[in-house]
Design a protein around this ligand. Structure first.
Ligand code: NAD
Length: 472
């Protein structure tokens, strides 16, 4: 076993551990380096440090906390290239995707640092006043997945800290490196204990959710794990934000220009090799344009290059880990067994790395696994429809409700459909538009609560109502 090249960050210090685990480059299947495995004692130490730091962090002027969160963005920018290369190496994404993610993280730090929650005077009657204010919760436990390890961590770190909380952050065991590096940089910017970063296995996630010293869990990951998080977080009634899985529909109406939208549709489905919670995972196309859309999508797919993200000209990388690779291969096998027709792709590559080629399936039945399951890999079912009412019902016919999109030149009709879709976000004629100022969250089993915007900031607070009367 190699010595760990990265360290935990606890109370502003770098901490090495006797136990380590290897991190694998998914494009080569080679070991990148070893990372520390935090024990329960490390978690206790980190929570204690965060509790101590909370006492003074919450009292610091808001402008100070905002300045320091913004400085975290500056540090990311100063180390931009190092983060981009590390992200490509550990996550597998192509350079453009890595630059988008690191650029996004910098932007989020700076923009969230401009947000604040004002006290609200609910009632003023003579010498009596009722005020609602936001108070920080305490120590936040943040748990992130492996598809966008940096951006999704910053979506939690920035608002939690601006709102006056401190944090213990745990990245996915598959992609811990950038997050550990972020912790290292934060040690030079933030007061000790404000942001602690611990890498470890899934059990560390469970210990965090059970820890009595933590007041809230902000979790991004699968719905299955989200349910477990909710269960263990009940020990001390932790506050919860859960950003979970999706099986997002896109609905393409009869009046579109297939050639004009093919590129956008392609990226709506296949960005980050479709390891995207809000990837379009079911593409419903009106029968009048079905063949045109299928042809144009396949034509565009042929222009896209998959490979090792470190090589120039590569647009899409491998799946991030072997487990996911095997899961998607199993899904492809199911398509083959059920004699579904591939318009493109369908066979995993025999080369080294967890590569699954872009795969589009021609009108499988609604109960096929590639339609009902969240593939989280580049396998897209193209589904024919003839009636708008019917397609709305099919789009909503899932327990998920993360995002959706509607594609049409008739904006009114698209809006009418959007209103009836059971999803936290609906895009019309585009996809994947996010902003620190736009609320994002799932309906149904896609999640609980909101990230981003003032709604997201408010989720890192409790509401305190003060009812006051002038003294006699
Ligand atoms: P996952 O649920 O397997 O893991 C997510 C995180 O939870 C990891 O850090 C993991 O170590 C930790 N974990 C595992 N078991 C735990 C437990 N019992 N208690 C606490 N933590 C535990 O998810 P993943 O495979 O890393 O990510 C893919 C999933 O994430 C997909 O379903 C995807 O749709 C979803 N996702 C959702 C969003 C969103 O914003 N809604 C964004 C990205 C990914």
């Amino acid at each position: 076993m190699q010595p760990a090249a990265f360290a935990l960050s606890i109370d502003g210090r770098l901490v090495r551990t006797p136990e380590t685990a290897d991190v694998i480059n998914p494009a080569t299947e080679e070991v990148i380096c070893a990372v520390p495995l935090a024990s329960k004692a490390h978690l206790d130490e980190a929570v204690h440090a965060a509790q101590v730091a909370f006492k003074s962090w919450r009292e610091r002027p808001l402008a100070d906390r905002q300045r320091l969160v913004s400085a975290l963005g500056d540090a990311l920018e100063q180390h931009h290239e190092r983060f981009v290369e590390l992200l490509i190496t550990e996550q597998g994404k192509a350079r453009a995707g890595a630059e988008w993610e690191i650029g996004g993280a910098i932007h989020w730090c700076r923009e969230i640092a401009r947000q604040s929650l004002e006290d609200e005077v609910v009632e003023q009657d003579g010498d009596e006043q009722i005020i609602s204010r936001h108070t920080p919760i305490g120590v936040i436990g943040a748990i992130t997945p492996w598809n966008f390890p940096v951006l999704l961590a910053i979506w939690k770190v920035a608002p939690a800290l601006v709102a006056g909380n401190t944090m213990v952050l745990k990245p996915s065991p598959f992609t811990p490196l950038c997050t550990l590096l972020l912790g290292e940089l934060a040690n030079q910017i933030l007061p000790p204990g404000v942001l602690n970063v611990l890498s470890g296995g899934n059990e560390l996630g469970q210990w965090i959710t059970e820890h009595p010293g933590i007041g809230k869990i902000s979790f991004t990951g699968s719905t299955e794990t989200g349910k477990r998080v909710m269960q263990s977080a009940s020990v001390n009634l932790k506050r919860l934000t859960l950003e979970l899985g999706g099986n997002d529909p896109a609905i393409v109406l009869a009046d579109v220009d297939a050639k004009a939208i093919a590129k956008d549709l392609f990226w709506a489905a296949f960005s980050n090799s479709a390891q995207f919670c809000v990837a379009c995972k079911r593409l419903y196309v009106h029968e009048a344009v079905y063949d045109d859309v299928a042809r144009e999508l396949v034509a565009y797919a042929h222009t896209v290059r998959m490979g090792n993200g470190m090589q120039p000209g590569v647009d899409l990388g491998p799946l991030q880990n072997r487990m996911q690779y095997e899961k998607v291969k199993d899904l492809l096998q199911d398509c083959q067994i059920n004699q579904q027709r591939f318009l493109i792709g369908g066979e995993a590559s025999a080369a080294k790395g967890y590569f699954i080629p872009v795969t589009i399936i021609d009108n499988p039945p609604d109960d096929a696994r590639c339609v009902t399951e969240e593939a989280f890999g580049p396998v897209l079912p193209l589904l024919r429809f003839s009636d708008v009412e019917e397609v709305i019902a099919r789009a909503n016919g899932t327990d998920f409700g993360l995002a959706a999109s509607v594609w049409s030149n008739d904006l009114e009709e698209a809006q009418r459909i959007a209103r009836r879709l059971e999803a936290g976000t609906v895009w019309i004629n585009h996809a994947h538009q996010f902003s620190p100022h736009i609320a994002f969250g799932g309906h149904k089993t896609s999640g609980l609560g909101i990230e981003n915007s003032l709604h997201g900031l408010a989720e890192y607070t409790n509401i305190q109502t003060v009812l006051q009367k002038a003294g006699h």
